[in-house]
Design a protein. Structure first.
Length: 162
């Protein structure tokens, strides 16, 4: 059984995911890191040189492969919900947790360098959030409110998932 974290860029998937994996004695994998390892290119370079659609193909493939993992907390990229095939297979491999972090909180906490779709632009992040919120909710088995202290979010997550 895996735990699959979905949510906006900067919502805390990697930070919460790593701590959650430690607390629950699970492995941790970040799908963006797998894409970078497998292609030898940074996410920014893939977007710049090959375009978003090419990146989404890679992302969907990695989601499909990751559905074969076991006992792993999987942090997905914020757009992993945009392609149905990959996220549906991932969902079949465990529990999907939507880390729901308000846009204002994302803006305060996040360094957006190296995140090609965002570039520190609040209105863009808000638009993405509005475009994606129904997708995040529709794939989620659990919605985890991350508007407050991240340590509290982690505690709640451990209580719910342990
Ligand atoms: C993206 C989110 C990023 C990364 C890519 C595209 C998105 O991952 O996959 O830059 O479309 O929201 P994080 O959510 O880990 O920042």
């Amino acid at each position: 059984m895996n735990i699959i974290l979905i949510g906006m860029p900067g919502s805390g998937k990697t930070t919460i995911g790593k701590s959650l994996a430690l607390a629950l004695e699970m492995d941790f994998r970040d799908l963006d890191c797998i894409i970078e390892e497998e292609t030898g290119r940074s996410i920014t370079d893939i977007f710049r040189e090959s375009g978003e659609s090419y990146f989404r193909d890679l992302e969907e493939e990695v989601c499909m492969k990751a559905s074969l993992l076991e006992n792993t907390v999987i942090s997905t990229g914020g757009g992993a919900v945009l392609r149905q095939g990959g996220i549906t297979l991932l969902k079949g491999s465990g529990k999907v947790v939507f880390l729901d972090t308000p846009v204002d909180t994302i803006m305060k906490r996040t360094d957006f360098s190296g995140r090609p779709l965002l570039k520190d632009d609040a209105s863009r992040i808000r638009r993405l959030y509005e475009e994606r919120i129904s997708l995040y909710r529709s794939y989620a088995d659990i919605v985890l409110d991350n508007s407050g202290n991240p340590d509290e979010t982690l505690k709640n997550a451990v209580n719910i998932l342990d």
